[in-house]
Design a protein around this ligand. Sequence first.
Ligand SMILES: Nc1ncnc2c1ncn2[C@@H]1O[C@H](COP(=O)(O)OP(=O)(O)OP(=O)(O)O)[C@@H](O)[C@H]1O
Ligand SMILES: [Mg+2]
Length: 139
Amino acid sequence: MSPKKTPKVELTLPIIPDMELAAIKTAEVVAKHMDLDEEKSAEIGMALIEATINAFEHSESDSGNVEIHFVIQGDTLVIKVTDKGRGFDQANVKVPKIEEKLGSDHKRGWGLQLIQELMDTVEFESSPEGTTVTMTKKK
Ligand SMILES: Nc1ncnc2c1ncn2[C@@H]1O[C@H](COP(=O)(O)OP(=O)(O)OP(=O)(O)O)[C@@H](O)[C@H]1O
Ligand SMILES: [Mg+2]
């Protein structure tokens, strides 16, 4: 394959139980195609599952679809997860602290933190029309 090509894979997933598995399976295939090591492939899979489940659980999207785009740009994988839901303001999301979570009834709220730790770059664009999470991982 010509190195100038930027292969792209696009998924449109309806919000139905376990459909996030289609996203990680695709990520595994893309990572393998890029010859990424097992560890990076697993990190991408975990970040993607968090972003996809967030779109499924929190977007309250009317269309009920989540779009996932994978683009291979040289040795960098770019993944976009887009929903057409209600959006959110990242400034209003509290950064979780383990000491506080241990003594709290609300144990959740780790997804965004995890995504940022697992990927090289992460950007959120969100409005009342929906949310796009763009994340990258370099080989
Ligand atoms: N795609 C999205 N659309 C709307 N709100 C979102 C979206 N993604 C995240 N959020 C908001 O950001 C908050 C934090 O997300 P995060 O993934 O960190 O935690 P969580 O999903 O509540 O719990 P966990 O991921 O630990 O199970 C969510 O509770 C939700 O309010
Ligand atoms: Mg989450």
